[in-house]
Design a protein around this ligand. Structure first.
Ligand code: FAD
Length: 400
């Protein structure tokens, strides 16, 4: 049997199974997921699900009808590429092709593990534990003003909680955006009624309080930690499959790993981007949608002679919903790229373009989804963009 085994039943794993069937894969597809729940989507967890506005976010996929052998509550502990076997808590499973789709794990705040009232936000179980905290309008300290921290703070304020966000850097989203751009997001916290403390390092977390290095003690019924995530690849340690220093599975342009017929996709993998001249590790939903199509094409076509298949080199894209704003980013910029403001960043809707040698390479849109759609196309095409046009928000980025 030409069995494909997929490890991890999140967005990337599920999309790989679906793409294999869409592309005509006739063999067995076994999808192994550690979580007990029907596979679900994560973005709603920090939005509607937290507020109890959505029951859950299960994918609308009929696994039985697609002939996908879905096994939930099944954790994979290791893989032996030489024997083409994965080891699970319910025994070994053989494969012809293996797809690693184990996603990422949130990074715990050192010293806060096991302290009552401290939460992470990655899984449906995490969101369900946080629902009563929001419904009870508790006082909450959020550690980290990144994407997750901002979205969680938004939901908690909407629920009527007192929210303090503690950020070690001098601004929100320090890892993603330059200071001049992030400066305009600082006010969003205050407008929502949340307190943002930048340059604030946590010294200790105890039940009911967070102490900062400067001596401040913040009382907290609950603490939510959003300081980043790393690839969930610890189970590959003895496999011989190459991992990078950031813990990502090191894949090539076809998302193939260092072991034969083993692929990796989604939040757990990094891949070489010719477009950006560097290896990318992308932790966003769109990457877990697009990557699986490449993997499926290679698995389905891989037996044909002279098959080369597509190279995965996407323009990364993500969105965030925070403080009543729809924030979107496409591309990848560096500090060396020319930044062009498009609209007034103190207003409700504005964008920022990044140009390299007159070519649009990245775009941030706040409440301007058309800029994002058009900009993303220009970035994909490597098209030139006149700087004056980029700077004029009344002119579309792209002619119809
Ligand atoms: P995951 O979704 O992490 O799925 C991996 C699965 O593998 C998990 O279910 C895990 O339990 C399982 N697994 C791990 N190890 C094993 C093992 N050893 N054996 C078996 N199973 C295993 N992106 C955006 O672009 N926009 C957003 O607004 C946005 N919001 C988000 C909100 C939240 C709260 C979170 C957590 C993420 C958000 N993201 C967002 C990011 C996006 O959800 C991820 O990029 C996407 O989920 C990645 O999919 P994945 O399948 O690679 O990984």
């Amino acid at each position: 049997d030409r069995r494909v085994v997929i490890v991890g039943a999140g967005m990337a794993g599920v999309q790989t199974a679906v793409a294999l069937r869409e592309q005509g894969w006739p063999g067995t597809i076994t999808l192994l997921g550690a979580e007990p729940h029907q596979p679900y989507d994560r973005p709603p967890l920090s939005k509607a699900v937290l507020l109890g506005k959505a029951e859950g976010s299960a994918f609308d996929v009929d696994f039985a009808a697609l002939g996908i052998d879905l096994r939930l509550g099944r954790r994979v502990s290791g893989v032996r590429p030489a024997e083409r076997l994965v080891h699970t808590d319910a025994g070994p499973v053989p494969y012809a092709h293996l797809v690693i789709a184990t996603g990422a794990e949130p990074i715990a705040l050192p010293g806060s593990e096991g302290v009552p009232g401290v939460h992470l936000l990655r899984t449906l179980d995490d969101a369900e534990r946080l629902q009563p905290v929001l419904a009870g309008q508790h006082d909450i300290v959020v550690v980290g003003a990144g994407w997750i921290g901002a979205e969680f703070a938004t939901a908690a304020r909407e629920a009527g909680c007192a929210v303090t966000v503690v950020e070690a850097a001098d601004r929100p989203l320090a890892g993603a955006l330059p200071a001049e751009v992030a400066a305009h997001m600082v006010g969003w916290y205050a407008d929502s009624g949340a307190v943002l403390r930048t340059g604030a390092r946590v010294a200790a977390v105890e039940p009911g309080a967070v102490s900062l290095v400067d001596g401040t003690r913040l009382s907290a019924d609950a603490v939510v930690v959003g300081i980043g995530a790393r690839p969930a690849t610890g189970w590959l340690a003895d496999s011989g499959i190459a991992l990078g220093p950031d813990g990502s599975v090191l894949a090539d342009g076809a998302l193939r790993t260092s072991a034969p017929d083993v692929y990796a996709v989604g939040d757990c993998v990094s891949f070489p981007s010719a477009r950006y001249g560097q290896r990318l590790l992308v932790h966003h939903w769109d990457n877990a949608l697009q990557g699986p199509r490449t993997v499926a094409t290679h698995i389905v076509g891989g037996d044909a002679a002279h098959f080369t298949g597509p190279v995965y080199d996407p323009v990364p894209y993500f969105w965030s919903e925070q403080f009543g704003r729809f924030v979107q980013y496409a591309g990848h910029h560096t500090a060396a790229d020319a930044m062009v403001w498009r609209g007034d960043p103190t207003s409700a809707a504005w964008s920022v373009c990044w140009l390299r040698d007159g070519v649009l390479i990245a775009l941030l849109a706040v409440g301007r989804p058309r800029d994002l759609t058009q900009g993303r196309k220009l970035i994909e095409q490597g098209a030139h963009l006149d700087e004056a046009r980029a700077a004029d928000p009344s002119v579309p980025l792209k002619s119809a």
